[in-house]
Each structure stands twice: as structure tokens, then as C-alpha cells.
Write a protein that binds this ligand. Structure first.
Ligand code: NAD
Length: 416
């Protein structure tokens, strides 16, 4: 009937589906519906013009039955508690799907980073860190980058946390610059994971990756690196977009040149030799593989029928609505869901955390080798679960993730 669900509404609907599939004990289903802890904060900073800026932020910790909370921090004008709660829940399932010892969390600040100076962003990050200080830390909750936050943001968090503790704690945050304990390969890890999943899905569809056409929505950290790796593997990038619009080329785009152009002009649009198209046209482009790598709710019941890709690998979190899932399933599109496809980021974050705790630094080959093995194993686990349960990949991944988390809750028991 086309009811519009919020991100949290979608997450609850997905959880209900998995609970039914697993015949989950009602009490455990109830426990998993709500985050264990949500902290909302009002972050006040001095703006460059001398005025006071007040921003609302939050940190939501969903479930830590399998290990410390883990999840990104997002800066965006649409950040709200509902969205961050959904994202924290997806993090819980994601860590379980790739079988790393973390629970799920997410944080965010409602702000427009594009309109803020670097010093303002630094003051915002440091003040926010001080306000969530009591609930984060290497054995409690380890933040990482997400939309419009990056390695520099993580460096400010690490410094603020260390200054407040009185000693340096590199393992309190991941996605840091390499110079202060970041991991080789972390910046590209989410995208490498997405592309590995797309490659494995293509194999199952008897599709050759070399020469396959790929369309990418979003040209930030995840989107641009996914396009770059696909191009390096011999696929043809036929369309890409960012928040200002899209471009397409039947002959194929060079993602490195598009990235340079975006660095210079602020957008992918008006790239020489390509046609300017709308964001919507990038999703509907004639291609073999579609990688949505922007924000939630991009593929909806209004456009799902016009998606031409045979494989959709979700780089973004929550880019496809449940209505659209059904349409894609009927069209026999192989959709690799977010909690599997983009889990490469948190997996490399886990490797970074382990390296920090052990005061080690692994080579790029070592990180990528471990990541490749982890992602292939997770893809196959989900693919086998889908065949066994006779369901699509999203339900299979959710069932696998929720099942592992529920098992941990049962094993730990309830205290007191
Ligand atoms: P980012 O800020 O680096 O990039 C976001 C990109 O999306 C930008 O290019 C922006 O212009 C574009 N965008 C925004 N609205 C758009 C629209 N309507 N149409 C097309 N493009 C649009 O963020 P990111 O880190 O690349 O994250 C992208 C997605 O991937 C998010 O859903 C995030 O939660 C998810 N994700 C990120 C990581 C990570 O390691 N960074 C890990 C897992 C999942």
C-alpha cells in the first residue's frame, strides 16, 4: 500500500523478517528492537564569525553481545536519531555477518559540513568527542568515518580522547591517517569489499567482470574507490553521480580523471567527453552492475522497475527500500545487501584496531589478503544460506547476522 517507512522503520521490518525466519524467542526479538543506549548531545561551538553555533548530535549503541560497539560518525544536514538508530542496528548485523567481534553503533551530528570551515569542523568534532567521551573507548565503542567525515576527523577524535585521558590511545578510533596508526588499505577497504561481492555475484550469474558495464551512484569515499577498483579489474564505468548530478558515457569513463575533475570543480558534472544526466538516470543506466554508494532510500518502488543492472551491490547503507527489494527480486536481480557488501570497511577497521592493540603495522598485501578471504567467506555463507532457506540474499544475510547475535545473547545470559 506504499506506506513510507523511516530508516528505523525499515530496520525494524527487516528484523521482524529475520525473527520470523529464525523463530526467534519473542524476548530476544524485543531486546534487539531498541538500542541498548542512545546519547543525544547539543554541541555548541564558536563559529569563525564570532557567533555561537549549536548542533544536535548523538551516539547510538545498539547491541554489544559479540564485542565492543563499533560504527561510523556521520555529518549531514539530515542526520536524526531515527536514522542513526537504524544505522546502529545495521552495524550490529554487519559485524556478525562478516564474523568480527564487535557490536553495532553509529553517531552523527546534524550540520552542513560543506558550509563550515576546517577550524569549525575541528571544534565541532572535538567538542562532540568530549561529550560522548564517557561512552566511547577502545573496549567500549570505537568510532570510524562515515558520510562527510574522514581520516582527519578521526585524528581529531583520537587527539581529543588522548588529551582527556592523559595518554595516547590510537585504538580508540579507526579510519585514522596512517601516520598516527591507521591501517594500510583502510581508505579503499569498503569499496574493495563491495567490488569483491559484486565480482562473486557476477560469477554466480555467469557474467564476466572484464568488460562488464558498471554504474555508480555517489562519488565520495566508497563510490569513487569502487569505480576505480572496478576499472582496474577491467570493467567499464558507464555512469557516475554525486549530490549535484550525474554523467554517463557509453565508451566508458576514466574514474581517475573523473576524480581529478571533482577535486577541481567540486562535482562530477560537466566532465569533458561525457553527457550530463540526472541522478535518477545513473540508477537506471543500462549496465550489468549497479553500485549505489550515496545515501538511504535511493532505489524505491518508483524506480526499481527501471533498474537494468543484473547485479546490485549496496555500497551505501540502506539504499533500497523493502518495496523496491520485492521488485528487484521479481526481476531476478542479484542484490548483495549492504550488511554484506559494504562490510569491508568495518572489517579493515577491525584489522586496524587489532594492529593498534598489538602495536603492529601490517603491509597492504597482508590487510588486503585477509580482507579478500573474509569477504569471500561471508559472501559464500550468505549465498549458501539463501539457497538453503530459499530466500533472497538480504533475508539470508539478516538471518545469518541476527542469528549470530541472538546466539551470543543466549550464551551470555542476562545479568543480574
Ligand atoms: P562520502 O561523504 O565520502 O560520499 C558521499 C557521496 O554521496 C558524495 O559524493 C555525495 O556527493 C554523494 N551524494 C549525496 N547525495 C547524493 C544523491 N542524491 N545522489 C548521488 N550522490 C549523492 O561518504 P562515504 O563514506 O562514501 O559513504 C557513502 C555511503 O556508504 C553511506 O551510506 C555510508 O553509510 C556507506 N558506508 C561507508 C563506509 C566507509 O567506510 N566510508 C563503510 C560502510 C558504508
Amino acid at each position: 500500500m506504499g506506506k513510507t517507512l523511516t530508516a528505523y522503520g525499515i530496520a525494524l521490518e527487516q528484523l521482524a523478517l529475520a525473527a520470523e525466519e529464525l523463530k526467534l524467542e519473542p524476548g530476544i526479538h524485543e531486546m534487539l528492537k531498541s538500542p541498548k543506549r542512545s546519547l543525544t548531545v547539543s554541541v555548541s561551538i564558536r563559529m569563525d564569525n564570532g557567533s555561537i553555533g549549536v548542533f544536535s548530535g548523538c551516539r547510538v549503541q545498539h547491541m554489544d553481545s559479540r564485542g565492543p560497539f563499533k560504527g561510523g560518525i556521520r555529518y549531514h544536514p539530515n542526520v536524526n536519531l531515527d536514522e542513526v538508530t537504524a544505522l546502529s542496528m545495521w552495524m550490529t548485523w554487519k559485524c556478525a555477518v562478516v564474523d568480527i567481534p564487535y557490536g553495532g553503533a553509529k553517531g552523527g551530528i546534524c550540520c552542513n559540513p560543506k558550509e563550515m570551515s576546517k577550524p569549525e569542523l575541528e571544534r565541532l568534532t572535538r567538542r562532540y568527542t568530549s561529550m560522548i567521551f564517557d561512552i566511547i573507548g577502545p573496549y567500549r565503542d570505537v568510532p570510524a568515518p562515515d558520510v562527510y567525515t574522514d581520516a582527519q576527523t578521526m585524528a581529531w577524535i583520537m587527539d581529543t580522547f588522548g588529551q582527556m585521558k592523559g595518554y595516547s590511545v590510537p585504538e580508540c578510533v579507526t579510519g585514522k591517517p596512517i601516520s598516527i596508526g591507521g591501517s594500510e588499505g583502510r581508505a579503499e577497504a569498503t569499496s574493495l569489499g563491495v567490488d569483491i561481492c559484486a565480482r562473486e555475484a557476477a560469477k554466480k550469474m555467469n557474467m564476466k567482470l572484464k568488460g562488464a558495464s558498471v554504474s555508480v551512484q555517489g562519488y565520495g569515499n566508497v563510490g569513487w574507490n569502487a569505480a576505480k577498483i572496478m576499472h582496474d579489474w577491467g570493467a567499464k564505468i558507464v555512469a557516475v553521480s554525486d549530490s549535484l548530478g550525474g554523467i554517463s558515457s557509453k565508451e566508458g569513463l576514466n574514474p581517475y580523471k573523473v576524480y581529478e575533475h571533482k577535486q577541481k570543480t567540486g562535482s562530477v558534472v560537466n566532465f569533458k567527453g561525457a553527457d550530463n544526466v540526472t541522478n535518477e538516470e545513473v540508477l537506471k543506466a543500462k549496465c550489468d552492475i549497479l553500485i549505489p554508494a550515496a545515501l538511504e532510500n535511493s532505489i524505491t518502488k518508483n524506480n526499481a522497475d527501471e533498474i537494468k543492472a543484473r547485479v546490485v551491490a549496496e555500497g551505501a547503507n540502506g539504499p533500497t527500500t523493502p518495496d523496491a527489494d520485492k521488485v528487484l527480486c521479481e526481476k531476478e536481480v542479484m542484490l548483495v545487501p549492504d550488511i554484506l557488501a559494504n562490510a569491508g570497511g568495518v572489517t579493515a577497521s577491525y584489522y586496524e584496531w587489532v594492529q593498534n592493540l598489538e602495536r603492529e603495522h601490517w603491509s597492504l598485501d597482508e590487510v588486503n589478503g585477509k580482507l579478500e578471504a573474509k569477504m569471500c567467506k561471508a559472501f559464500n555463507d550468505v549465498y549458501l544460506a539463501a539457497n538453503k532457506r530459499k530466500c533472497e540474499m538480504r533475508t539470508a544475510a539478516l538471518t545469518l547476522g541476527v542469528g549470530r547475535v541472538a546466539e551470543a545473547i543466549k550464551t551470555l545470559g542476562l545479568w543480574p
